[in-house]
Write a protein that binds this ligand. Structure first.
Ligand code: OOB
Length: 529
């Protein structure tokens, strides 16, 4: 066992509360009552109704035999039922695993083997894909999955919400220091990693983010990224907005017209985007003048490197404050402030959101580097985890012996005491904010009968940040094309965002002086094509 975080150290922090999300919702319902809590493309729900529906669903889960501590795969898009499900599970102390709608069999299997979920909640259909056959296949294969609950207009979830059995009865007691959610780590190396966040630390995460955004009950937050992701869920996102009594708008897809429509129609004051989405929204704004984004107060941009030139352009053209957001699902968040000068905002990712965050930037020997010099960013603190879920081996690599999380990111302190990110130290591709481990894709590719060896690299790309390029040694003279690879990866159940954007065939590998595949050389080769 490695270092274990001492939660009592943080008990005097403002915003730190030993309490579950279920109980938080009850308090919000009391305080904000009939105010609208959440809207989606079809409906809206008040704080009071949200509490009532979460209570009904929680009681129904208990009756179906979902127990406190059970893990539950949740794979729902941005819609009100996601929110009801989240709080219902919290109320009974069951733990949602935040799958993304894009995930398929390959991702699910690794997670199921690791976490042994008791139930799987899926949307019936989303963006043309039917989830029920996939869910049934998983249930068939893994006996731990006792229940599948389908979310559709007349499906299990809506039926369970509508059931009334008189009093809903008592729910099991939930301690704020217990695990509230398992988030997915972007940095999977074949074996997926799950990030256990407690009720208390995750609420604190939302509150410190809300505080940095100066969020209050007049704010309208638009979630356009998949809300199962930490950024729109909790930075401040859905949870931070509900805590202050604001309104959350859930956009069902991440296309620029959906985003701009929602901002125009709902009077959105704050939203969160990845850089690639900002670019497409800007293009859309240029040729369509009907959108009105004047209600926006803050545009949060994070999840991937924001080019200086794009930052300058946002500051110049958008009628709101740009907030640069560096974030990790493992914990640490660093944002710029609304009061910062534009010139400063454009060139850094601000400061950690909690006064109790401990951040170090170190060289290869874990020694602190001076200001202005890049090193690896390490962090420890109230809402940063001290280890992945059941992953002793991975934890030895990802955490120092005194409990600092190794982000794998290159960063430096600027002369104004701000953090500036500089790309990755560890191998990881950041494709439009989605994190992809090359080794995972390499393993999938090598399952193809024609592929003997594969090496995957991220290549700088103007729109995506990184695009995925796969170098292949193949068996077959006739070769293999991108289409065939996509078809194959789809067949074995790989999420669409992990598909290579480019393939290159090689006869022999460029090697480093110690005889490893020289990935830097491959990156240069891919860039030149
Ligand atoms: C967010 O969380 P994850 O867990 O999907 O990815 C974390 C990684 C970081 O380690 C870093 O490599 C990259 O994403 N990243 C950035 C960045 N923000 C995240 N790289 C450069 N500049 C930035 N501003 O991506 C996430 C979580 C919460 C809020 C926002 C993003």
């Amino acid at each position: 066992m490695g270092y274990k975080k001492d939660m009592s150290k943080y008990e005097n922090l403002e915003g730190w509360e030993r309490c579950g999300f279920g109980e938080q919702l009850d308090r919000w319902a009391e305080k904000y009552g009939e105010r609208i809590a959440v809207t989606d493309s079809e409906d809206e729900i008040s704080y009071m109704e949200l509490k009532q529906k979460a209570d009904c669903l929680a009681a129904a889960f208990l009756r179906k035999g979902i127990l406190k501590g059970d893990k539950v795969l949740v794979q729902l898009p941005n819609r009100i039922s996601f929110v009801i499900v989240f709080f219902a599970l919290s109320k009974i102390g069951a733990v949602p695993i935040m799958m993304l709608p894009a995930h398929r069999e390959a991702e699910l299997e690794g997670i199921i083997e690791l976490a042994k979920p008791a139930a799987y909640i899926v949307v019936e259909k989303y963006l043309g894909f039917s989830y029920v056959p996939m869910a049934n296949a998983m249930k068939e294969k893994y006996s731990c999955i006792r229940h599948i609950f389908v979310d559709s207009e007349s499906g299990d979830i809506s039926g369970m919400i509508a059931e009334t059995y008189g009093e809903n009865g008592a729910f099991p007691a939930v301690d704020g220091y217990e695990t509230a959610v398992l988030l997915l780590s972007g940095g999977t190396t074949g074996v997926p990693k799950l990030i256990p966040r407690t009720h208390t630390d995750y609420m604190y995460n939302a509150r410190m983010s809300a505080k940095r955004c100066r969020l209050d009950s007049s704010d309208v937050y638009l979630a356009s990224l998949p809300v199962a992701h930490n950024f729109p869920l909790c930075c401040p996102g859905l949870l931070g907005t509900l805590d202050v009594g604001g309104k959350v708008v859930l956009a069902s897809a991440t296309s620029p017209d959906d985003i701009l429509d929602a901002i125009t129609e709902e009077g959105v004051t704050i939203t969160a985007l990845v850089p690639a989405m900002v670019t497409v929204c800007m293009e859309m704004l240029e040729w369509d003048e009907d959108y009105d984004i004047s209600s926006l107060r803050i545009l949060q941009v994070g999840g991937a490197m924001l080019e200086d030139s794009l930052a300058d352009k946002i500051i110049e053209e958008w009628p709101c404050k740009l907030m640069q957001v560096f974030g990790t699902a493992e914990g640490l968040l660093s944002f710029t402030s609304p009061e910062d000068e534009g010139s400063l905002i454009a060139r850094c990712q601000g400061t950690p959101v909690s006064p109790a965050d401990e951040v170090k930037i170190v060289d290869e020997e874990d020694k602190a580097v001076p200001e202005g010099v890049f090193g690896e960013l390490l962090s420890r603190g109230p809402y940063t985890i001290d280890g992945y879920y059941m992953a002793e081996e991975a934890n030895k690599k990802s955490f120092t012996s005194d409990g600092f999380y190794r982000t794998g990111d290159k960063a430096m302190w600027t002369k104004d005491g701000r953090l500036r990110l500089g790309g990755r130290i560890k191998e990881q591709i950041n494709r439009a904010g989605e994190k992809i481990m090359p080794s995972e894709i390499e393993a999938y590719l090598c399952r193809h009968s024609k592929i003997k060896e594969a090496a995957v690299v991220g290549v700088t790309d103007e729109t995506l940040g990184n695009r995925i390029c796969a170098f292949l040694v193949t068996d077959d003279e006739a070769g293999i094309d991108l289409q065939e690879i996509h078809r194959f990866l789809r067949e074995i159940g790989v999420a669409a965002y992990k598909m290579p954007d480019q393939i290159e065939r090689v006869e022999t590998w460029p090697l480093t002086s110690v005889g490893k595949i020289d990935k830097k050389a491959l990156e240069r080769m891919a860039q030149e094509k």
